[in-house]
Design a protein around this ligand. Structure first.
Ligand SMILES: Nc1ncnc2c1ncn2[C@@H]1O[C@H](COP(=O)(O)OP(=O)(O)OP(=O)(O)O)[C@@H](O)[C@H]1O
Ligand SMILES: [Mg+2]
Length: 257
């Protein structure tokens, strides 16, 4: 049972930028000694224990590692969806830990998008409207909205399904609409939890190309948890979550390209 796994930690394929747990003023996102402990009845699960990392703006990072190792937990901390049990998180020059929920929410909303494993599409809206929804909140103009939606829909291969409501789409199509919706807002940071997991390899490839293109053109930072070797190959860097303590870079752990 996953909850019984004792220890998890994170190692990086190459060392954290400039000096491990030292605060790097230049890093876009920095975690310092992040711990996350869950309590399930009498069971205590140390999902993360002492995680140090630094992610630069414009990096494309893959968080890899076995099931139950703490990848989603780490992603949730980076995305400020959950608070660490202890440790510090810095984002864009600001210390996040210690902020109130309201402050974190306001800070996060214009900067971070999450591609969830569950798609969270709005059932009464069709695919076009679902992708459009966050753009309306951001006051993006109509012409710009249409251009972004059409470009992204074509890129993820749902351009012929834009008038379908979520329950008129397959699971994979729903996932692609959700990805288009997440990317449409052009956030500074995109977090993805197994974004290609339920997709066929051709569509998965398309999504990866789209993410890489955004990363190059708009300097969008991507942090993606994945078991998928194609994702790891695409990434600039692999942060490998393994059980135990934080380990130094270990190239032997890296999946060969
Ligand atoms: N809300 C929670 N309550 C209790 N334990 C949790 C909770 N969320 C995660 N865990 C436990 O923490 C550990 C890390 O879970 P996490 O979901 O981060 O793993 P993961 O690396 O993302 O795994 P997978 O590859 O299967 O998605 C697991 O042992 C899991 O059972
Ligand atoms: Mg997970």
């Amino acid at each position: 049972m996953r909850a019984c796994q004792p220890n998890f930690s994170v190692s990086e394929e190459r060392p954290a930028a400039e000096g491990g747990s030292e605060i790097n003023a230049m890093a876009f996102i920095q975690g310092r000694q992040l711990h996350k402990t869950y309590h399930l009845g009498k069971t205590r699960v140390e999902a993360l224990r002492g995680v140090d990392f630094a992610i630069e703006r414009g990096e494309y990072v893959c968080i890899a590692g076995p099931s139950g190792a703490g990848k989603s937990t780490l992603l949730n901390l980076i995305g400020m969806l959950d608070a660490p049990t202890s440790g510090e998180l810095y984002f864009d020059g600001q210390q996040i830990t210690g902020k109130s929920d309201r402050e974190v929410h306001d800070f996060r909303k214009s900067r971070v998008t999450f591609i969830f494993q569950s798609f969270n599409l709005i059932p009464v809206l069709d695919a076009y409207e679902n992708i459009e929804f966050p753009l309306l909140i951001q006051n993006v103009g109509k012409k710009e909205r249409r251009q972004r939606i059409e470009r992204l829909a074509a890129a993820v291969g749902v351009e012929t399904y834009l008038r379908h409501k979520p329950d008129e789409l397959s699971g994979g199509q729903r996932q692609r609409v959700a990805i288009a919706r997440a990317l449409a807002t052009q956030p500074a940071l995109v977090l993805g939890d197994e974004p290609t997991a339920n997709l066929d390899s051709v569509t998965g490839r398309k999504i990866l190309e789209l993410m890489r293109e955004m990363n190059r053109e708009q300097r969008t930072t991507f942090v993606v948890a994945s078991h998928d070797e194609a994702v790891m190959r695409e990434a600039d860097r692999v942060i490998r979550v393994v059980d135990g303590v934080i380990q130094p870079a270990d190239r032997a752990l890296h999946v060969s390209a």
